[in-house]
Design a binder for this molecule. Sequence first.
Ligand SMILES: Nc1ncnc2c1ncn2[C@@H]1O[C@H](COP(=O)(O)OP(=O)(O)OP(=O)(O)O)[C@@H](O)[C@H]1O
Ligand SMILES: [Mg+2]
Length: 311
Amino acid sequence: MIIEVNGLTKKYGDLVAVDNFDLQVAEGEILGLLGPNGSGKTTVINTILSLLRYQSGEIKVFGEQLDPDRYDLKARIGVVPQELAFFTNLTVYQNIDYFCGLYINDKAQRRQYVDGAIQYVDINKYRKFLPKQLSGGLKRRLNVACGIAHRPELIFLDEPTVAVDAQSRQFLLDNIKNLRDHGSTIVYTTHYLEEAEYLCDRIVIMDAGRSIASGTANELKHGITVKEKVTVTFDQDYESLEERLNALSNVLDVHKLDERKYLIRFQESNSNLKKLLDYFSRQGINFLEVYNELPSLNDVFFELTGKELRE
Ligand SMILES: Nc1ncnc2c1ncn2[C@@H]1O[C@H](COP(=O)(O)OP(=O)(O)OP(=O)(O)O)[C@@H](O)[C@H]1O
Ligand SMILES: [Mg+2]
């Protein structure tokens, strides 16, 4: 294991920000920490990085304890923090060179690494710009370049796509996969479900400082009671429709979404749509629109917490 966290508890005063938290990250995987605002993602990262003290628990990185003065271990780690972190009076190139220079002393090698990072996030046009001349998305790219230029084995990315346009976001996500494919291990935090699903080999869902579920996106989705969802819009009001739908086999529950629009959730995915359509035709019920979906990570989060984790 590249990272091993056992029973981590971190309090800020009386607030328990991280509560008896366990985490294992294997070499070469993208591990997603998925949770709503304030669930403790950043605190977990900062305690692993030994930037914060904690009350109890054990943390090992590369099999060792990461004390603040372990520069040998820190050199193998890259951090892209949630808050943009670079110098406003240095250019794009100088910023990346500064962060790279914390770990890479050899000038020729450093030049090569900084150039590599600039190519990597595709900001070559802006190398002489000051950060204030960059758009939000370009600042995020610079932030990433500063964190990864020294070619670390283990990379923490804390919500790197917040306030980034769709195109830059896709570009960043694909680049992160690319880092993984070249052997890096990645810890990625997000509250975007679709991102976690697209990017992460494994996901740990956090809520209120606790790890409430973990697995691949598929494992998480198969692990919940809801197995299929069907949404129907009917052409008119039918008598006691909700009760009738509820009584059908495998139906877990029925939600009225809108006038004549219903969400039917099934606890098994076994030709539900076909059976439903057969039922409608037998009963003379007409619909304007019908579609089915498999459960999403949002359904997983909702089932586990009773709350929505919206994009
Ligand atoms: N320096 C601090 N002092 C006091 N409380 C803090 C501090 N930093 C974080 N907290 C609290 O700890 C909890 C966890 O915060 P944290 O920043 O780790 O969450 P997060 O999952 O990263 O949220 P976000 O998605 O908004 O970044 C929150 O309740 C937050 O208010
Ligand atoms: Mg955070």
